[in-house]
Design a protein around this ligand. Structure first.
Ligand SMILES: [Zn+2]
Ligand SMILES: [Zn+2]
Length: 345
């Protein structure tokens, strides 16, 4: 039984702290998700705002390393060391363990222990079931380092099954129209496909070429995405009433070549009406890979750490909420993270 301690949390602030390169663990001489090239990096997951290129040594889960290799090529790290979730490594007296974060394939929290104190750096996470990655593991700790991407009470993501139901409903309603679904390439794409499969949709799903390599990687790691086909070269008749996944916003010029497509956008940000309108989303699907307000606050209540450190996002509301729960909050204001336009979603 682990009992969080205010004294140990305060002491932890002297050996793990933010620097311009990112969160630094001094006794182990490594950074977690550094934004600059460093000698030793521990990387929580493959999104580009966390997994940067150019590090000399990278420690991450095997899936995250594979994602980095695919996206960054030779700059994915000179020496890449895999660490499976649950395994422990000791670096200069600092114990490091990875625990699943439930965000995207390979995503992990970094559990760091030194001088009796335990700090959990969650990276990005969510608490909802996701057929494409292992679920978030709550790890009791003195200090919980959290994101705050959707840390406003207005952000409450609806059940993802409901959102997928709206897509299926539209497909049934408009059997002649292609349904172009705009998604982030890493995580959202594969989750939407897996959710469609779980809902019984077994038709071929067409992929824009930019999405093919990551879908193939997910399949290699054992995530079944069903029948996937390239959209380029597919004949027009086959695309009638089909689901076409595209990366990024707007669908690109080639989507306009489809006759009268329905444009769907899957993102937590479609809750912001202005954001959805700018992207021309006819069918906004609120599907997020980040914890919403209720998940963030429920996680704080469950872990009940002595301190919560907020890395990026909307820290005011979450700080206030933490204080009400008797948890000391600190905004780290790490630069180069998240944001509406970035892949952090
Ligand atoms: Zn992020
Ligand atoms: Zn992320």
């Amino acid at each position: 039984m682990f009992t969080p301690s205010v004294t140990r949390a305060a002491a932890a602030g002297r050996w793990i702290y933010p620097t311009p390169a990112g969160l630094y663990v001094a006794p182990g001489d490594f950074f977690i998700d550094p934004v600059r090239a460093v000698d030793r990096a521990v990387v929580t997951h493959g999104h580009s705002d966390h997994a940067r290129g150019g590090h000399a040594h990278v420690l991450a889960t095997p899936a995250t390393l594979a994602i980095m290799e695919q996206r960054l090529g030779r700059s994915a790290g000179t020496v890449r060391q895999p660490l499976d979730c649950g395994d422990t490594l000791t670096v200069c007296g600092v114990r490091v363990r990875l625990a699943p974060a439930g965000h995207v394939l390979g995503s992990a929290q970094v559990v760091v222990e030194h001088a009796g104190a335990r700090v959990v750096v969650s990276g990005d996470y969510k608490r909802r079931p996701d057929p494409t990655c292992a679920p978030f593991e709550p790890v009791p700790c003195d200090v919980f380092v959290t994101e705050a991407t959707f840390a406003l009470p207005v952000f409450r993501h609806p059940p993802e099954g409901e959102e997928i139901g709206r897509l299926l409903h539209s497909l049934a309603l408009f059997p002649e129209r292609s349904h172009v679904v705009s998604v982030y390439a890493l995580g959202k794409c594969q989750r939407v496909i897996a959710l469609l499969r779980a809902a019984g949709y077994d038709h071929p799903i067409y992929l824009h070429s930019a999405l093919e390599p990551l879908c193939a990687l997910y399949t290699r790691f054992g995530v079944d995405l069903g029948d996937l086909r390239p959209v380029v070269g597919a004949d027009a008749a086959a695309l009638k009433g089909a689901v076409v996944m595209v990366s990024g916003s707007g669908g690109g010029g080639w989507a306009a070549a489809l006759s009268d497509p329905v444009l769907a956008v899957a993102s937590g940000w479609v809750r912001v009406r202005q954001w959805a309108r700018q992207r021309g989303a006819e069918l906004p699907l609120v599907i997020s890979d980040h914890a919403d307000w209720d998940e963030l606050t429920a996680t704080l209540a469950e872990l009940s750490p002595a301190e919560v450190w907020i890395t990026h996002g909307r820290d005011d509301a979450l700080s206030h909420q933490a204080a009400r729960m008797g948890i000391r909050a600190r905004a780290l204001a790490l630069v180069g993270r998240g944001g509406e336009g970035e892949e952090g979603e």
